[in-house]
Design a protein around this ligand. Structure first.
Ligand code: LLP
Length: 439
């Protein structure tokens, strides 16, 4: 399989010009290693395609895929905007000095506190999700004597999955306003009537890890059906269409993602076509890629520990991490590919299954993978762990969170420290009552 990481003269995996074995020794394992040049390459593929097509655009990095101060600095260096979905993600953006006017806030249950923070910092746009939020936001704006640019999140009745999409007449989703039953129109009228809210346009997100463009094209058509009507009836002209994220990446040989350029070209061409045929100005096109920016840029390095052979059935090889640093196999049956980083040029000899170290039978990272002769202490490098890996990591079994390193141009730098046991109990308090037991 063609992962963008070569084997060096020692037969070791190399990431961003650095030997993976050296990285493991220097920083310990489990270790997330991002090759920043790949993040930049992905970001530039989006940005440069939009630029070459001569439309107004924003590429907002969906920071839920992986948010950290260093990551948001890189996103900013690459000219990306930012999609945040919580106060924590917004706080991280502020800590990274991300330009507030390029931050968009999402969420299906934004709290008053979250909205207040967004208003206080004057972020670029709030993607409004429901009627309660419209009222809450209006109240806050009134109290603070401010106004806010918003997009309305709508559900166009299209749900895309990896290889296909389905049409759902009446979308059953917790997100957004339904386009088909007049809810979106009602929300538009309510928001548009407020002098405090400026409705810049519509937002939709049809799914994640999508390998074709048809679903996006259908969504654009659905959005334009409503926009055309609102233009005719209410004289409304949208300035922005945000078509969300969801562009697929390769985890294993089974995955066949399109080049990132293809998604952008398809979206832009459909938006232009629809706008022209309905005699509307071509709106700005915004997208929100997360996985496709960071997913394939990262490798997680683990140390192999116990090996359990059940003759004729299976050999379990355990690593020093698992569902605490990568929940995706346990949660979605997600598949991954890996190599033994210190034996990257050895012949493959046997098939094993890679287990995590959590007390849970479902904590399996990879079923049935071919490996060379392996031993305790070997290093396993799992590919494409950059999206929804660290960001979904957790403290199950009280394992401290792993460290994250950025490598680029032969330099390596720690960007998130490994958690200590002290970190784990930092918020724990002694219980002051002994249940009445005398001692
Ligand atoms: N915009 C919105 C409104 C979203 O809900 C999402 C992802 C994105 C953008 C970014 O999507 P991406 O380009 O990363 O596919 N934890 C799951 C993925 C959940 C995605 C949630 N929303 C996973 O590990 O596969």
């Amino acid at each position: 399989m063609d992962y963008p990481f070569p084997t060096n003269q020692h037969g070791h995996l190399e990431i961003g010009g650095i030997d993976a074995v050296d990285l493991a020794q220097k920083y310990g394992t489990p270790l997330f290693v991002y090759d920043v040049s790949i993040i930049r390459k992905n970001a530039r593929a989006f940005v440069e395609t939009f630029r070459s097509l001569g439309v107004k655009y924003q590429v907002a990095y969906a920071s839920k895929a992986f948010s950290s101060v260093a990551m948001l600095q890189v996103a900013n260096q690459e000219g990306l905007s930012l999609d945040v979905v919580s106060q924590g993600e917004l706080y991280t953006a502020i800590q990274a000095d991300f330009p507030v006017e390029k931050i968009h806030m999402h969420g299906n249950n934004k709290s008053r506190e979250e909205l207040e923070m967004a208003v206080q910092y004057g972020i670029g746009c709030i993607v409004v999700d429901n009627f309660y939020e419209i009222e809450l936001l209006k109240e806050i704006l009134q109290e603070t004597n401010r106004s806010m640019e918003i997009l309305l999140r709508v559900t166009p009745g299209i749900e895309a999955h990896t290889h296909d999409y389905i049409l759902t007449g009446n979308e059953d989703s917790k997100f957004g306003f339904d386009l088909s039953n007049g809810q979106a129109e009602q929300a538009f009228l309510l928001a548009n009537a407020s002098p405090l809210l400026h409705v810049k346009g519509l937002h939709c997100h049809i799914g994640s890890q999508i390998f074709e463009t048809d679903g996006f094209i259908m969504a654009v058509r659905r959005l334009f059906e409503s926009l055309h009507q609102w233009n005719q009836v209410y004289d409304y002209t949208p300035e922005v269409l945000n078509l969300g994220g969801g562009f697929g990446i390769r985890y294993t040989a089974e995955d066949e993602p399109l080049p990132l350029v293809d998604y952008v070209e398809a979206l832009v061409s459909e938006v232009k076509q629809q706008a022209e045929s309905l005699r509307l100005p071509v709106p700005e096109i915004w997208i929100e890629p997360g996985r496709s920016i960071v997913g394939n840029a990262c490798v997680t390095i683990y140390t192999l520990g116990s090996i359990k052979n059940i003759p004729g059935i299976r050999k379990y090889v355990s690593v020093d991490g698992g569902m605490t640093d990568n929940l995706r196999p346990a949660l979605y049956q997600a598949k991954y590919q890996a190599v033994v980083a210190n034996k990257a040029n050895h012949d493959l000899k046997e098939q094993v299954s890679v287990a995590g170290k959590c007390c849970e039978s479902g904590d399996m990272l990879i079923w049935d993978i071919d490996v060379p002769d392996i031993n305790h202490g070997d290093l396993l490098a799992v590919f494409s762990t950059g999206a929804y890996g660290y960001s979904m990591s957790n403290h199950y079994n009280r394992f401290p969170k792993a460290a994250v390193v950025f490598v680029e141009d032969g330099r390596d730098q720690l960007v998130i420290k490994r958690e200590s046991y002290k970190d784990l109990t930092r918020n724990d308090l002694q219980y002051a009552y002994n249940g009445g037991v005398l001692n």
